[in-house]
Design a protein around this ligand. Structure first.
Ligand SMILES: NC(=O)c1ccc[n+]([C@@H]2O[C@H](COP(=O)([O-])OP(=O)(O)OC[C@H]3O[C@@H](n4cnc5c(N)ncnc54)[C@H](O)[C@@H]3O)[C@@H](O)[C@H]2O)c1
Ligand SMILES: NC(=O)c1ccc[n+]([C@@H]2O[C@H](COP(=O)([O-])OP(=O)(O)OC[C@H]3O[C@@H](n4cnc5c(N)ncnc54)[C@H](O)[C@@H]3O)[C@@H](O)[C@H]2O)c1
Lengths: 207, 207
C-alpha cells in the first residue's frame, strides 16, 4: 500500500518528467527531481523505491522509462472521462487548463443552468443544458464529475451525478457533500494552499 | 518543528471549526473533525497534540478555543496583504472566492495588461494597470503576490514582484519560477488533485 503523502507527490514527479521529455532530456537525477518539485532528495528516492529499481547509482533515471512506469502505476495512461457542472469563472479556467491532458483526463462536456451559456463552447468543450445531464451520463461512460457551482446548488448536483452511476466527484464548492460510501470524493480548497503559505510568512516574522 | 503533512491538514481543521462556529456548535470530538475533513481520527489527535492539551477525554474540543489557538499558531489572525496579477478566468475566481477571508488574506488589488479590464472591479477589488504595479507595491506593504497570468508572462511578473520587496509568491502558471532564495514560492497545480483521484479510480478497476 502506498502512503498518502507519497501518492500526492507522484503526480508532481510525473509533471516534471513530462516537461523534461518535451525538452528532449534523456536522463535526470533524484537531485534534479527534488529541486524541480521542491522535495528533499532522500524523500524522492524513498518514494520511487516503492515501485522497484528505476535509477542506477551515478547514472540517474531514464525519463521515458520512469514516466511510463509511473503512468501505468497511477492510471495516467488510461483515459478518464469527465463532465464539469457549473461553467462559470472557475469551471472555465479548469476546462481550459492544459495540465489535465497529461493525466489522460478528458472533459467531455460542461453543464449549466444559464440560458446565455448553453450552446456555447470553451476550449472545444460544449456547454449543455443541465436538464440533459442524466441522459448524457447514461449514454456515455462518464466516471468523474467536477462540481464548480455555487454552494447552494452543490448537493443537488451531487445527487444527480450519484443517481446516474458516477464513480468519483471532484468538488470545489465549499460544502461537505452527502454521497453513498462507494463514491470517491475529493474536496479541493485553494485556500488551504494559501493558508500554508501564510504560516511560513508569519513564522518568518516571529523568528 | 511541525511536519509538513500536519501543516497541510491544519487549515482543513480550521475551516471545519469556522463552519461549526457559524452554526453555533460549542464542542466537537476528534471523530467529528476526522469525518468532516476525511482524516483518520488517530491522526487528528496526533496533529492537535503538537500544540498542547486542547481536548478533554470524553468531553471533546471547545470550538472557539481550538480555533483561536490554531489561528494564532498558523498566523491566520494577522492580516496578510496580497496583490493578484492576471485578472482572467482563474484570477477572478480566486478573488471572488470567500474562503480566503477566513485566513485573513486581503487581496488589495488586481493587475492586468488588458485595457478592457483596467478600471473595472470584481468582488470590490479594483483591476489596475500593470505599469502601476511597482509604485503600488512601494506605497503599500504587500507581502504576497498571486500569479494567474499565462505561462509566457509568469517569469517577467515574478521579476517585478521580487524587485519590489514581495515576500511570498503563490504561482498558478505551470512554469518553475527563478526567484531569490529568501522568497517563498508555492506552486499550485489543480491537476495534482485530479491525478490523485484518478489513481483511486483506476486502482478500483484493477482490484
Ligand atoms: N475551492 C476553492 O478553492 C474555490 C476557489 C474559487 C471558487 N470556488 C467555488 O467554486 C464555485 C464556483 O465559483 P465561480 O467563481 O466559478 O462562480 P460563478 O458564479 O462564476 O460560476 C458558477 C456557475 O454555476 C452555474 N450554476 C448555478 N447553479 C447551477 C446548477 N444548479 N446547475 C448547474 N449549473 C449551475 C452558474 O450559472 C455559473 O455559470 C463556488 O462554489 C465557489 O465558492 C472554490
Ligand atoms: N495550476 C492550475 O491548476 C491552473 C488551473 C487553471 C489555470 N492555470 C493557469 O493559470 C493561468 C491563467 O489561466 P486563465 O484560464 O485564467 O487564463 P486567462 O487567459 O483567462 O487569464 C489570463 C489573464 O492574464 C492577463 N495577462 C497576460 N499577460 C499579462 C502580463 N504580462 N501582466 C499582467 N497580466 C497579464 C490577461 O490579460 C488575462 O486577463 C494560466 O497560466 C493557466 O495555465 C493553472
Amino acid at each position: 500500500e502506498i502512503p498518502r503523502p507519497t501518492l500526492e507527490r507522484l503526480p508532481l514527479y510525473y509533471r516534471s518528467l513530462s516537461l523534461w521529455r518535451e525538452q528532449g532530456i534523456i536522463t535526470v537525477s533524484s537531485v534534479d527531481i527534488g529541486r524541480d518539485v521542491g522535495v528533499n532528495v532522500v524523500q524522492v528516492r524513498k518514494d520511487l523505491a516503492y515501485f522497484g529499481e528505476f535509477g542506477r547509482p551515478g547514472v540517474g533515471y531514464n525519463v521515458e522509462y520512469l514516466m511510463d512506469e509511473l503512468g501505468k502505476l497511477m492510471g495516467f495512461t488510461t483515459e478518464t472521462k469527465a463532465v464539469l457542472i457549473g461553467a462559470g469563472r472557475l469551471g472555465t479556467a479548469v476546462v481550459s487548463y492544459g495540465g489535465f491532458k497529461r493525466y489522460s483526463v478528458k472533459i467531455a462536456a460542461m453543464f449549466d443552468t444559464d440560458k446565455e451559456k448553453i450552446g456555447t463552447e470553451v476550449s472545444d468543450v460544449p456547454i449543455l443544458d443541465m436538464a440533459y445531464l442524466p441522459q448524457f451520463l447514461g449514454e456515455n461512460e462518464i466516471e468523474l464529475g467536477i462540481i464548480t457551482v455555487p454552494s447552494l446548488a452543490a448537493q443537488e448536483v451531487a445527487d444527480i451525478l450519484t443517481a446516474n452511476d458516477i464513480k468519483a466527484i471532484w468538488n470545489f464548492a465549499p460544502v461537505s457533500l452527502q454521497v453513498p460510501e462507494e463514491i470517491k470524493v475529493r474536496n479541493e480548497d485553494l485556500a488551504v494552499g494559501l493558508a500554508t503559505l501564510c504560516y511560513f510568512l508569519n513564522k518568518e516574522k516571529k523568528d
